[in-house]
Ligand binder design. Structure first.
Ligand SMILES: Nc1ncnc2c1ncn2[C@@H]1O[C@H](COP(=O)(O)OP(=O)(O)OP(=O)(O)O)[C@@H](O)[C@H]1O
Ligand SMILES: [Mg+2]
Length: 348
């Protein structure tokens, strides 16, 4: 016999299946209570222009579109709609969200529309927040709640967010680093800097140009970072070849990079990350800082996967630092679970 559901809950489930969305600079993830993470794709959309008709249509999104970044023929344009965690290209963001929602089948058939909880960086302005709401609504959301990315990440990392004890989470994404101090289900401090994995990649591009006289692409820099990147210089040497264009003669040239090269290249963005953590420790209420001294700091976001970043931060701060389990999905899983754990004032 089927179990009778309370009328209210049936009504809510039928008309507003809860969907959590992490609309990130690098990756977009969609999560539902019933199915977990149902979509995890690069935040990239590729348009095909039809010059004679003056129109453009979406040719590819996600992984397929990312492969086209920096290598598209004339009538195609690959766009990253998000920059520093907020919308940089509204039309592209709307198309991208719509396609991702279709791909994940989260907005069901028969006209039912989902209620979205979307992660936003603490530093997003009211205008940037409104743009995210409007893009999601245009893409089919029935209702949009916004939640701070570090609060969502803390929930997803399993930190005791509802307790009086303070916890610190540092989410290092593609375009932002968010530092949050959380206690009693709310943010006691939140800070956001516009530095993330993209700025690490850019620092690698600049380093290879200055030291080796070769211009490599962003994607090559990201590949090098993920393969041999390290936050600490004093580690056994690893090597990788990277091919770019020589500044001397404009011809393709391959250089061999070491992991020490990468540590040197990313000194400046790393210093900005640690600066943000130190500011948080200076500004958060003293009792909570005492708690953090005992419990340590948890890292989330893709940037936290940089080898030895936890060790480096721990040595600089004199605190325990650990990387959360599945750091790339913490924010979206946390946003999905937050509505059952947190008060409504945690949402915007
Ligand atoms: N193994 C790795 N080592 C170093 N960096 C990595 C690794 N894996 C992923 N990254 C980086 O993590 C970043 C993406 O992380 P994430 O998906 O958390 O960002 P995002 O949520 O899209 O961005 P944001 O939160 O800033 O809007 C990219 O810059 C990527 O290069
Ligand atoms: Mg993120």
């Amino acid at each position: 016999m089927a179990t009778a559901m309370p009328h209210q809950s049936f009504f809510k489930r039928f008309f507003s299946p809860d969907v959590a969305v992490d609309l990130g600079t690098a990756n977009t993830l969609i999560y539902t209570h019933d199915n977990g993470v149902v979509l995890n794709q690069p935040s990239v959309v590729c348009f095909q222009k039809n010059a004679s008709a003056g129109q453009e249509r979406v040719a590819a999104v996600g992984k397929e579109a990312k492969q086209l970044l920096g290598r598209v023929p004339g009538n195609l344009e690959a766009v990253r709609p998000m920059r520093h965690g907020v919308i940089a290209n509204f039309a592209a963001a709307e198309h991208m969200i719509r396609q991702f929602v279709d791909m994940s089948s989260t907005v069901p058939r028969f006209g039912r529309r989902a209620s979205f909880t979307i992660c936003v960086p603490a530093g997003a302005t009211q205008v940037e927040r409104r743009a995210i709401r409007e893009a999601a609504t245009a893409a089919g959301a029935w209702k949009v709640n916004l939640i701070g990315e570090s609060l969502a990440s803390a929930v997803g990392a399993g930190l005791p967010v509802s307790e009086a004890t303070g916890s610190m989470v540092v989410d290092i994404g593609g375009g932002t680093t968010e530092v949050g101090v959380i206690a009693l289900g709310g943010m006691a401090y939140s800070g956001s800097i516009r530095v993330g994995g993209d700025q690490f990649d850019l620092a690698i591009v600049n380093y290879v140009r200055n030291v080796y006289g070769v211009v490599i692409g962003d994607q090559t820099a990201e590949h090098v970072k993920k393969t041999i990147g390290t936050a600490i210089r004093d580690v056994p040497t690893e090597r990788i070849n990277a091919t770019g264009r020589s500044l001397d003669d404009g011809l393709p040239r391959t250089v061999q990079l070491t992991n020490q090269d990468i540590a040197d290249a990313i000194v400046s963005p790393l210093a900005q990350v640690i600066g943000a953590v130190k500011t948080a420790l200076e500004c958060a209420p003293p009792e909570l800082v005492t708690d953090i001294a005992h419990s340590g700091i948890v890292l989330t976001g893709g940037g936290s996967l940089l080898a030895n970043l936890d060790r480096w931060l721990a040595s600089q701060l004199g605190l325990d630092v650990r990387v959360a389990d599945e750091p790339l999905t913490c924010a979206v899983r946390g946003a999905g679970a937050a509505s059952t754990l947190l008060h409504s004032h945690a949402f915007d």
